[in-house]
Design a protein around this ligand. Structure first.
Ligand code: GDP
Ligand code: MG
Ligand code: K
Length: 301
């Protein structure tokens, strides 16, 4: 049974930082199980759920943020847009850096994006086992001068120092919310989250202010056709009122059709395959608070 207690906290956290700062090491430690996708191919990694940490009173869903590196190939601009959207949508960003190294160009680039996002940012200074505690003060001061971080937490992901403290800090920044995933689920379909975000973006864009941001998109199915370069995607757009359903569908289905066309183009770019996209609209009052329906809506597989 998925948890939906009062006071239960849950949310999405994006970990960003240059290659080799220890993002995977940290995730592997807290998720407590090796995550399937470990290799670092910055330009090809898609937005995905990297790991889920479930405790008695909270659930942290760690999301990968591609496109944070300077764009190189044709998907670059698109990935950048995805990265920016992701940074706005998540509840918290962990910006990870090496405590024993000075900043690189990549860090400035990342911080520019973070400033624009409006999302709380925790600076995680990793690898403190490699430096003397006295040095750490200087490193913290340097970063303080660069950006107004909401918290600065030094850790050693490798040895585990202060990692528990970091987890407490993360929890403080999560809103109250349901347990999205069953406790034993550590990873999700890699593309699921980003596809739902792409569809949601189109709905919000085409309906302007008429549809609140609470609109949700649940991916019911992603299936590759046997022997073909075609992927079938089926998704449900969940709104809270009948009037909103009418708006999303539009006159003779025109708006929903436009949402579908635009989203399909983006999903094809993301997956690099031909996509058949099927969209449904469902009214569910107060959907966020109904754990059994969350499950029905595909928050678990
Ligand atoms: P990612 O590219 O950000 O995912 O970084 P990885 O997790 O792959 O780590 C890169 C390297 O740094 C690996 O060799 C890790 O063992 C090492 N590393 C990660 N965290 C720490 C730490 O806290 N202390 C030390 N000394 N090494 C670490
Ligand atoms: Mg990694
Ligand atoms: K946010």
């Amino acid at each position: 049974m998925l948890n939906n207690r009062e006071g239960y906290k849950s949310g999405f956290i994006s970990i960003i930082g240059r290659p080799n700062v220890g993002k995977s090491t940290f995730l592997n430690r807290v998720v407590g199980q090796k995550i399937a996708i470990m290799s670092d191919k910055p330009q090809t990694t898609r937005n995905k759920v990297q790991g889920v940490v479930t405790t008695e009173d909270s659930q942290m869903v760690f999301i990968d943020t591609p496109g944070i590196h300077k764009p190189k190939h044709k998907l670059g601009d698109f990935m950048m847009k995805v990265a920016k959207n992701t940074l706005k949508e998540v509840d918290l960003v962990l910006f990870m850096a090496n405590a024993d190294e000075s900043l690189g160009k990549g860090d400035e680039f990342i911080m520019d994006m973070l400033r624009d996002s409006g999302t709380p940012v925790v600076l995680v200074l990793n690898k403190i086992d490699l430096i003397h505690p006295d040095e750490l003060i200087g490193v913290i001061d340097t970063y303080r001068g660069l950006m107004d971080f909401d918290e600065i937490v030094p850790i050693s992901a490798l040895q585990g120092n202060n990692v528990e403290r970091l987890m407490e800090v993360i929890k403080e920044y999560l809103p109250e919310g349901p347990q999205y995933y069953p406790a034993d689920q550590v990873t999700d379909h890699p593309e699921r989250f980003i596809i739902s975000e792409l569809i949601r973006e189109k709905v919000l864009h085409l309906t302007r202010e008429e549809i609140p941001h609470s609109v949700a998109v649940v991916i019911e199915r992603i299936a590759k056709r046997e022997g073909q370069d075609t992927v079938d995607v089926s998704a449900t757009i969940i709104v809270e009122r009948d009037s909103q359903k009418g708006i999303v569908i539009g006159k003779r289905g025109a708006l929903l059709k436009e949402v579908g066309t635009r989203a399909r183009q983006d999903i094809e770019m993301l997956l690099g395959s031909k996509v058949y996209l099927e969209l449904w609209v469902k009214v569910q009052k107060d959907w966020r608070n109904r754990s059994n329906q969350l499950r029905e809506y595909g928050f678990r597989d």
